[in-house]
Design a binder for this molecule. Sequence first.
Ligand SMILES: Nc1ncnc2c1ncn2[C@@H]1O[C@H](COP(=O)(O)OP(=O)(O)OP(=O)(O)O)[C@@H](O)[C@H]1O
Ligand SMILES: [Mg+2]
Length: 214
Amino acid sequence: MGLTIQDLNVSFGHENVISKLNLELDTSEIIAILGPSGCGKTTLLRTIAGLQTQSSGRITLNGERIDAIPCESRGIGMLFQRPVLFPFKDLLGNILFAYQKKNQRDMNDVRSVIQEMGLEGKEHQAIETLSGGEAQRVVLARALLTKPRLLLLDEPLSALDVDLRRKIAKEMRSTLKTRGIPAIHVTHDPIEAEIIGDRVIHWTDLQPGGDDEE
Ligand SMILES: Nc1ncnc2c1ncn2[C@@H]1O[C@H](COP(=O)(O)OP(=O)(O)OP(=O)(O)O)[C@@H](O)[C@H]1O
Ligand SMILES: [Mg+2]
């Protein structure tokens, strides 16, 4: 159970960005993948999420092959390098987006997520007035409510200053552990990787002959 990626290849034209990549993630495990800019971290996460088509390979989540099913059926959440928020909705509106239909919402869960993220009292604040750290907490709160089977974290803290980055990294880890949500976090910050991950994996160790890769 968990996530298994076997011999994954992703290319753009003639350029192989991901080549024979293999990765295993246990249920509830958090791994951090450390790699330099441009190595293919975002491409890997987009491929797992179903936002990018692979050339070949096999991706299995909890025993189910997911690489051929559409992204909305995979049950995977993703936080992007820059927080994606709707400027015309307030903080609460952004958190509730993508969460169940109105009558099926568990507002207790919504309140507890808001509290966990330290956002209580800010529910009706306009999005453009939030700090960078708060904006990323909103995106995380929104992702948690959808109860993803796997959460992909694409350097969500890279725009924050170092101290805040490490503080939120700790909070993220404890939230994910409490909820038992497995996650793949990619970053080029080794300390952030150590804080978040149960394991830290170097990009070059994911692929055979990694040092020869682009
Ligand atoms: N849709 C695309 N079409 C063509 N090339 C692409 C596409 N997406 C990514 N690439 C290329 O693939 C390579 C890897 O990009 P990617 O965004 O995955 O790197 P990254 O490791 O996330 O880098 P960073 O740490 O800077 O975010 C880059 O050379 C990029 O230009
Ligand atoms: Mg990237």
